[in-house]
Design a binder for this molecule. Structure first.
Ligand code: SF4
Ligand code: SF4
Length: 316
């Protein structure tokens, strides 16, 4: 599989990045051993890049995969992120990742900033300073930000020290904040020209674009500045389809993946609005005391489920 360098970092990754969100407790809820077997299989088939986050609850799945490999996955590049706001919170998040993953050095550590605007660099100044300190001590190799916002990609092009930007981009522009799809394409291009390494999230818009999976991936892979694409996977069929596409092989019809994911709000919702505040895509509202999901905006990221105090949201 084709490998590409992430900006000026010297880190080389496969174009297919294994997204380790959906197998975790926020979505499919695979046990770590089962998820770990799938991750291991992907690594054995050539994938060397994993994307996770403190909030995904999937460090144990990655650890299970690494521990089962003869060299403990020495060449596997792990990118993680945290919504920490202060220096101390970020220091704790980095320590947690190092312990949970069994690695002294984390390859890529990002500010997890899906929903916010460019003020994130002021509001989370302490957390970002911590990442820069971790990098100068050699505990983190590269730092940056994950975002759904065109504004944030623009700001990350200017802020000193940013190595990596992880933006949302897909052919339909679903989930993009503070601009259009084409604004995001231009922002990505400028960030890459400034030496940032970029990999893309939500190329399939949470499964909404699965009816033309080849077209959806081809669009993002062709974008100037995008080195890799993070793709969530929960079973072998999805892995096989994605390996075929990223290795330039035809996808056998019988293994075509259908979008079976659905967001369900259960009747014991109390209308507290926490999911509305959390959703990066304004896809939730409370109507008559009950949460309601707008399927035309929802990218099935699952970020709303863990914040619900009633456990009323499920991605099934
Ligand atoms: S967070 Fe849960 S309880 Fe609150 S409005 Fe959303 S679904 Fe309902
Ligand atoms: S409603 Fe939930 S799953 Fe859908 S986009 Fe918003 S946070 Fe993601």
């Amino acid at each position: 599989m084709r490998r590409r360098r992430l900006g000026n970092t010297g880190i080389e990754v496969t174009e297919l990045c294994f997204g380790v969100l959906p197998m975790g407790p926020n979505q499919r809820g695979l046990p770590p051993e089962e998820g770990g077997r799938l991750i291991r299989k992907a690594i054995e088939r050539g994938v060397n890049f994993l994307d996770t986050a403190q909030s995904y609850g999937t460090y144990p799945h990655i650890r299970a995969a690494l521990d089962s490999l003869p060299d403990r996955g020495r060449d596997v590049v792990i990118s993680t992120k945290s919504a920490a706001k202060t220096y101390e919170e970020m220091a704790a998040a980095v320590l947690e990742a190092r312990r949970a993953l069994g690695r002294d050095v984390i390859d890529i550590f990002l500010l997890h900033a899906a929903r916010v605007d460019a003020s994130v660099f002021d509001e989370r100044k302490g957390a970002y300073e911590c990442l820069l300190d971790m990098k100068s001590k050699g505990i983190v190799r590269a730092v940056g930000i994950s975002t759904h916002s065109v504004q944030v990609v623009g700001k990350a092009t200017e802020v000193d020290g940013i190595d990596i930007v992880f933006p949302i981009i897909n052919v339909r522009g679903m989930g993009i904040l503070h601009g259009t799809r084409d604004d995001m394409v231009q922002a990505i291009k400028r960030a890459a020209s400034a030496g940032r390494g970029l990999f893309a999230m939500k190329a399939l818009a949470g499964g909404n674009l699965l009816s033309d999976i080849e077209g959806a991936f081809a669009y993002v892979r062709a974008l100037e500045g995008i080195s890799a694409v993070a793709v969530g996977m929960v079973d072998e069929e999805e892995l096989e389809v994605n390996l075929a596409i990223f290795n330039g092989r035809p996808v056998p019809l019988k293994t075509r993946v259908a979008n079976t994911k659905e967001l369900v709000i259960q009747a014991f919702c109390i209308g507290c609005g926490k999911c509305v505040e959390t959703c990066p895509n304004m896809a939730m509202e409370v109507v008559d005391g009950m949460a309601r999901n707008d399927k035309s905006k929802c990218i099935l990221c699952g970020y709303c489920a863990p914040v619900c105090p009633q456990f009323a949201i499920r991605l099934v």
